[in-house]
Design a protein around this ligand. Structure first.
Ligand SMILES: NC(=O)c1ccc[n+]([C@@H]2O[C@H](COP(=O)([O-])OP(=O)(O)OC[C@H]3O[C@@H](n4cnc5c(N)ncnc54)[C@H](OP(=O)(O)O)[C@@H]3O)[C@@H](O)[C@H]2O)c1
Length: 313
């Protein structure tokens, strides 16, 4: 019988964390989820945690603020996957992961740590714009802490989550499809990569026991989901049978729009600029220090974006 690692998910009730928990259970890993006392009266979180327990997960009580409890939790597993928040318009606690790194170091038993990344590869974003670069700088700081103490790791570059980039046709400040008009970044022909977040969970869990991903970055590049914004818009138009008015926006204009925005949206503008104008998701070859997830795990039937879009009809 195949020996599956015991997986602890930290941030397990979050947007991507809950998908990682689901994937871990589905792949047959003994699955553990951190239950933080700080959730207090958050009844939804507690109910979600209890639902994991009902599906076979074990809840481990520990706090990122309490080193001993964290070390004790980490000692019970082989793999730690962190899905802690790092997006500015929600909570922002990515640097708390340094506490997790300290606990993993002291526990000394963890065979693989996957820190919370799941976006652009921060090691390729050294020239990113302010203020958005903070996301990449923080993720790099966590990487340095991991590598300094030789914790076996895998970094997951998940590109764009579909919930944030697909149905809204990559418009900012909304998650819903535009009804009449759509803003098109430049000529709309830069290739980007959009991934169903359930697939992010699946590929992440597939990688945890895989020697091919040890101390490497895996990139999620589902071939059919490497799309230009124009191609994405065309898919929606085909599904709805309705043609949208296209409003092109130049790179300079887009960057200038930042000045009247709050901090969270300024961060977003920077990220969108790198993705849709500079093509930062697709303008490089993966190379020897990485691997492409759909090639590693061809058995995964990933979700295409025309399928994903149907739920918004
Ligand atoms: N590629 C993309 O398009 C994209 C989009 C969004 C996010 N991301 C990335 O995905 C990762 C996860 O983001 P997310 O949106 O899934 O996060 P999220 O839902 O906002 O939060 C994830 C979890 O972080 C934990 N957390 C929040 N505040 C905490 C605190 N003070 N102390 C300890 N834990 C705390 C909570 O864990 P509990 O379950 O313990 O309460 C929460 O459920 C981030 O690295 C982010 O940058 C990528």
């Amino acid at each position: 019988m195949e020996n599956k690692s015991r997986v602890l998910v930290v941030g397990g009730t979050g947007f991507v964390g809950r998908r990682i928990v689901t994937a871990s259970l589905a792949e047959g890993h003994p699955t553990y989820v951190l239950m933080r006392p700080e959730i207090g009266l958050d009844v939804d979180k507690l109910q979600m945690l209890l639902s994991y327990k009902a599906r076979g997960a074990r809840l481990l009580e520990a706090s990122l603020q309490d080193h001993r409890s964290l070390v004790a939790a980490v000692r019970q597993v082989d793999v730690v996957v962190s899905a802690m928040s790092g997006v500015h318009f929600r909570s922002h606690n990515l640097m708390l992961q340094l506490k997790l790194v300290e606990a993993i170091k002291e526990a000394g038993n963890v065979k693989r740590f996957i820190p919370s990344e799941f976006g652009m590869d921060p090691s390729r974003m050294g020239d990113a714009l302010e203020p958005g670069r903070v996301s990449f700088d923080e993720k790099m700081e966590i990487r340095r802490a991991i590598e300094e103490v030789d914790i076996p790791h895998t970094y997951v570059s998940a590109n764009c989550f579909a919930a944030y980039f697909c149905a809204n046709l990559s418009q900012m400040k909304t998650l819903l499809p535009p009804k009449e008009k759509v803003r098109v970044y430049g000529d709309g022909n830069v290739k980007v990569i959009i991934v169903d977040e359930d697939d992010v969970g699946t590929y992440t869990i597939k990688s945890v026991d895989d020697p091919r991903t040890l101390n490497k970055t895996i990139y999620l590049r589902p071939r059919d989901n490497c799309l230009t914004q124009n191609e994405l818009i065309a898919k929606w138009e085909e599904l709805t049978g309705k043609c949208l008015e296209k409003i092109p926006i130049s790179g300079d204009e887009f960057l200038a729009s930042m000045k009247d925005m709050d901090y969270a949206n300024q961060v977003g503008v920077g990220h969108f600029y790198h993705i849709f104008y500079e093509g930062c998701l697709t303008n490089f070859d993966i190379g020897d220090n990485g691997a492409e997830a759909t090639l590693l795990y061809p058995e995964v039937q990933y979700t295409r974006m025309d399928e994903y879009l149907k739920r918004y009809l």
